[in-house]
Write a protein that binds this ligand. Structure first.
Ligand SMILES: [Zn+2]
Ligand SMILES: [Zn+2]
Length: 433
């Protein structure tokens, strides 16, 4: 009997058991096999509570040979406050940081990690659905205003035709954002607005698409709604992490994700959820979950075949503690009993040869951008002014002059006398005159 046909009492019983299991998985106790309290033993009233199963961004140096993966989006195209669309950040002990997909809404999670934008420049796109690259604009422009000194670099697949490929998408992304780009180029500085695209053949099977500084990234084809989507395999320091973008179960994944330490793969909610809570017609619901995506039982079958050291499921809106969550979890467990995380936004995995540690990041919702050591260059001479004299003639000088005390102080503090922008304005009246 399928789960959604169970009687109410049976469902309640299953739910109660699964809530308990789901809770343990959620805090990582069951998978790591340790039973001590989350805060360790506090030995005095003024003591600390170590080992809390949480990660505080910016407080831990990565060891050489270590990988930290942070889920910055685990949900669906219709994002919710608790779950942005697909995005996984991988930080390596050699200093490299790679963003695998940057789906709609994920930038707020990335920003909450307080990583200087000069380090967030390498982006790998599995495919061009907006729930996998829709927040590129936020990183592009937001990083630009927050001090990134260099262009972004994007690796993404070709398509069946030129206009279905990543290079075409980014070219037209820049065209669609032309007004944004031209105005920021003039007011800030042009170089951070540039994007370098490395488009590779989506049909490449385990082909190297990136190799530098001890890191190799390969791509394999994925099967998902049209030609073009891929999955990525990252290797560093003898560790192998596989990131599946959207894909149905496919033979390339089974073959080339073998021997992986961590495998990230989509797992969709069952069709009953899409038909009821997901507002989808029934004929779409069972194809969305299970024809052009991968369902829980199919995900489980993939993982029990690959047998990674740790499996991560994502790409489903999950309501923890409810029967809907348990239905999802039980679906995976029908076919897989190995180490598993049900991905949630800001879940963190530290991966070494000895251990895979799952925690939750604790972030402030009011994070500021953090400076690195690189300096963004000042405005570049010769960039055309995108504002006409007609528009400038409407500036109301009285309000501009009302800020002069504040601006004079800023000028003194930062020695900006040579670049004071006010004297050329017709309305300028210095308080010092
Ligand atoms: Zn997709
Ligand atoms: Zn997707």
């Amino acid at each position: 009997m399928s789960k959604n046909r169970r009687g109410t009492l049976g469902l309640l019983a299953v739910t109660a058991i699964a809530i308990a299991v789901g809770y343990l998985v959620g805090v990582g106790i069951q998978e790591s096999g340790t039973a001590e309290a989350a805060g360790g033993t506090v030995t005095s009233p003024t003591g600390t509570a170590p080992d809390r199963f949480v990660y505080y961004p910016g407080t831990e140096e990565l060891a050489e040979g270590e990988i930290r993966v942070i889920a910055c989006g685990t949900g669906m195209p219709d994002q919710r406050l608790s779950q942005a669309s697909a995005c996984f950040l991988m930080e390596l002990g050699n200093g490299d940081k790679f963003i695998f997909d940057i789906g709609s809404g994920s930038m707020r999670n990335i920003a909450s990690l307080m990583i200087p934008y000069e380090y967030l420049t390498k982006i790998f796109l599995s495919h061009l659905h907006t729930d996998h690259w829709g927040d590129l604009d936020s990183l592009w422009a937001g990083g630009w205003t927050a001090g990134r000194p260099v262009p972004l670099e994007i690796w993404g697949p070709s398509g069946m035709t030129e206009e279905m490929g990543t290079a075409y998408a980014i070219d037209h992304f820049l065209k669609a954002n032309n007004w944004d780009r031209r105005t920021r180029e003039y007011k800030i500085t042009p170089i951070p607005g540039q994007i370098t695209v490395h488009e590779f053949d989506y049909k490449g099977i385990n082909e190297v698409i990136y190799q530098d500084n001890g890191v190799t990234v390969r791509s394999i084809p994925a099967i998902h709604t049209g030609d073009g989507p891929v999955s990525f395999i990252l290797e560093y320091a003898g560790l192998k992490v596989v990131f599946g973008g959207d894909t149905s179960p496919n033979t390339w994944f089974i073959k080339y994700a073998q021997d992986a330490d961590v495998v990230i793969h989509e797992a969709f909610n069952p069709p009953s959820i899409f038909a009821t809570f997901g507002n989808q017609p029934a004929q779409l619901a069972w194809r969305a979950c299970c024809e052009f995506h991968t369902s829980g039982p199919a995900f489980g079958k993939i993982m029990s075949t690959i047998q990674p050291r740790h499996a991560i499921a994502y790409h489903a809106q999950l309501d923890k503690g409810t029967w809907r969550y348990n239905l999802y979890y039980d679906g995976i467990r029908e076919t897989y009993d190995g180490p598993l995380s049900i991905g949630a936004d800001l879940m963190v995995w530290n991966i070494t040869k000895d251990e895979i540690k799952e925690r939750m990041a604790v972030v402030t919702p009011d994070a500021w951008s953090v400076p690195g050591t690189a300096q963004q260059p000042p405005p570049q001479p010769g960039v055309p002014d995108p504002m006409s004299d007609f528009i400038k003639s409407g500036e109301w000088g009285e309000a501009f002059n009302a800020q002069n005390d504040m601006l004079d102080e800023h000028m003194e503090n930062y020695n900006l006398q040579d670049v004071d922008w006010r004297p050329t304005k017709p309305w300028y009246k210095s308080d010092k005159d």
